[in-house]
Design a protein around this ligand. Structure first.
Ligand code: DGY
Length: 334
């Protein structure tokens, strides 16, 4: 009886125990037990020897790195929904398949987008800080203290009405927001009807008319700085921006300027242009309670991480069983 060689799999960060255990059972898995980010040199060394790389959004898998891949490398099975950290074209040129983990972070990410949509106008982070900073010693309720802005009845403009955008819209509708959206394609009439959503072909026009903007589109060359200085200037001075997608979709310096100058009321950001570095000017705005900042945690639930691991395993198994993995990312489609 011939036994098939187990694929060698290099995983760049720690994964939930249950996922790592299964990976060890199925593959010749190289785990990252101390969870320290891998250097580019370590990635190059791995790429030269293994069959499969399992990176996360924090690993930069660019054309230069892919060029270093050895003849064994067949698959980059990213432990992520987004694939903007992987040069999919360069991988395709080398005959390397790329997969991701779509669909399993949708509800968690939408929850956090909704949390920011509520938190920023209602000054939630600021209020929580007042009590802890004062060790519970506060003057008590008064009619004009800590006034925020009502959510119910306001207009939400969603940029990117894919799975996550639609899940945000469902939550927002339940909170009394009216749904407006801009997307490459109009969604089905049934979805529009269920959400009572208004489609805006013109992003510029939508921006000028909504109270809160939620960014839920992927990061692609076409969406880089989609929220440019010009577009941010179209928003109303009483409006807020929430970004749980990718930092690069927003021109961060322009956003900071708009908030400083009072041309936008505030922002809730879970993602940043130069992660893991956060612009100190944003941190200053956070200290002045003008923005709420989260450390890229919108999909951080144990359930999503286990589901993502399951998807990575299925993609690897399917590939080495000789089939097309279910979550292939094709060049030009990420
Ligand atoms: C991803 O996987 O793309 C997410 O950004 C993680 O939250």
């Amino acid at each position: 009886m011939t036994s098939k060689k187990r694929p060698s799999v290099y995983i760049t960060r720690r994964l939930p125990d249950i996922v790592e255990t299964r990976m060890r059972e199925l593959f010749d898995a190289e785990l990252n037990v101390d969870d320290a980010p891998r250097s580019q040199d370590e990635l190059v060394a791995a790429l030269r020897r293994v069959d499969v790389l399992v990176p996360t959004v924090m690993d930069r898998i660019d054309a230069a790195l892919i060029e270093e891949a050895g003849p064994n490398l067949k698959l980059i099975a990213s432990f992520s929904n987004g694939t903007d950290h992987v040069d999919v074209e360069a991988a395709a040129r080398k005959g390397i398949t790329v997969t991701n983990t779509p669909g399993v972070l949708t509800e968690d990410t939408a929850d956090m987008a909704m949390a920011l949509i509520l938190a920023v106008p209602r000054r939630l982070a600021e209020g929580a800080r007042i009590l802890t900073d004062a060790q519970g010693d506060w003057a008590g309720w008064s009619p004009t203290w800590m006034l925020g802005h009502r959510i119910w009845g306001k207009r939400l403009g969603i940029i990117g009405m894919g799975r996550i955008g639609t899940a945000v819209a469902r939550r927002a509708k339940a909170c009394g927001l009216s749904i407006h959206y801009h997307n490459r394609h109009r969604v089905s009439a049934a979805t529009e009807e269920a959400l009572e959503a208004t489609y805006w072909d013109s992003l510029d026009q939508m921006l000028a008319r909504v109270d809160i903007v939620s960014i839920n589109c992927p990061s692609t060359p076409a969406t880089y700085h989609l929220m440019s200085a010009r577009r941010l200037a179209l928003m109303q001075p009483t409006s807020y921006l929430v970004n749980t997608a990718r930092g690069g979709v927003v021109d961060e310096m322009a956003l900071i300027k708009c908030i400083r100058e009072g041309r936008i009321a505030g922002a809730g950001l879970d993602v940043f242009e130069n992660e893991p570095t956060v612009n100190p000017r944003l941190l200053r705005l956070a200290n002045e309670n003008k923005v709420v900042l989260l450390p890229h945690m919108s999909s951080s639930t144990i359930e999503s991480r286990i589901d993502m691991g399951e998807k990575v395993i299925i993609n690897i198994r399917t590939y080495f069983d000789g089939h097309r993995p279910p979550d292939r990312v094709l060049p030009g489609r990420n």
